[in-house]
Design a protein around this ligand. Sequence first.
Ligand code: ASP
Ligand code: MG
Length: 428
Amino acid sequence: MALIVQKYGGSSVADAESIKRVAKRIVDTRRAGHDVVVAVSAMGDTTDELLDLANEVAPIPAPRELDMLLSSGERISMALLAMAIHSMGFEARSFTGSQAGMITDAKHGAARIVDVTPVRLREALDEGAIVIVAGFQGFNRDTRDITTLGRGGSDTTAVALAAALDADVCEIYSDVDGIFTADPRVIPRARKLDTISSEEMLELAANGAKVLYIRAVEFARRHGVLIHARSTFTSSEGTYVLGEGMKNPRGPEGAAMEEPIVAGVATDLTQAKITVVGVPDVPGKAAEIFTVVAKSGANVDMIVQNVSAASTGRTDISFTLPKADAPAALKALAGDQGEIGFENLIHDDQIGKLSVVGAGMRTHSGVSATLFEALRDTGINIEMISTSEIRISVVLRGADLVEAARAVHTAYGLDSEIEAVVHAGTGR
Ligand code: ASP
Ligand code: MG
């Protein structure tokens, strides 16, 4: 008998029918003899609708009240799910984040879990109940207020529960079959992976892959939680996210795993590029620029500095950042133009970022050449390049991103024979 944590996202509990289907799944797991703890998201687009409502009554809703409001979404789904399970003849009990002992810091809207004290959950499990916990929410001990963990936070709730209860596995259900070599909505020939290392998953998530939330994967990696990302719509196995030293639960003991060099391709259209033109090429200018940009609150990703023109002694510095951060960064830079001494600013929000991720890059050469050749063959121009130990990213025109991603996916031999099935539309 195992202890299994299951997380169901908003699209899995969007209406009464789906709630009943999820209830059946939970009951089936219980029938198989396992203890079950469920973290559930708010139904469908509830969180977005609540946010819209808040913005209608107040231009800048008070963070404390916003958390009170948003946390109510998960209360609805958890109670309905418990009722649905009751009506199937099983004992289930729902708990809010604070009842479940989800202790966070006090940062409303983006709280971090600092401790989990699942006393009541253990009691309920000992009494044979199925436990349902509201995802995405917690409680701060100092302020004694309800907090939320940030959008998509129910994944983190599930992983934190799995860690605190020492669960055997944390199953994260959504409307896709698992983790793919690319987003199947972008690349229909994307292939489902049986396993992926948490390190690769983190790089993919940080570079645009949307299946799992970064913070949940980080939490799992730190606490040794085995994640199984799978679909609500099928009973087939999905993808296991393996932390360091974890064995593939599916593979026979000691079986040699065929380690592909590249695990996947991620695309990202949410970044913009700012070029600071004509920066005096003297020590300290990059420091000035990026201090100003950091103060504006922008999260800089890639940076490229060109060689300076000998005749002018000036250079251009380009960097990428989330589109939403660009206006503030531009304003801050413009405000310090005289001091920094650059000539002008160019804002480009039509870029796309393509990343190739694979732990095998550490030990294999020629991985980047394959990428560049694939792009050359499609005639797509590369504007920026950056690498980490297990990732290569390029910036190109956003309009070229899909074609580029498909070509690169093929070039690394990742294409599957059949087209991936996308059950619903959102991936959540
Ligand atoms: N309901 C929250 C959201 O939509 C949390 C979640 O779905 O994980 O962001
Ligand atoms: Mg949601």
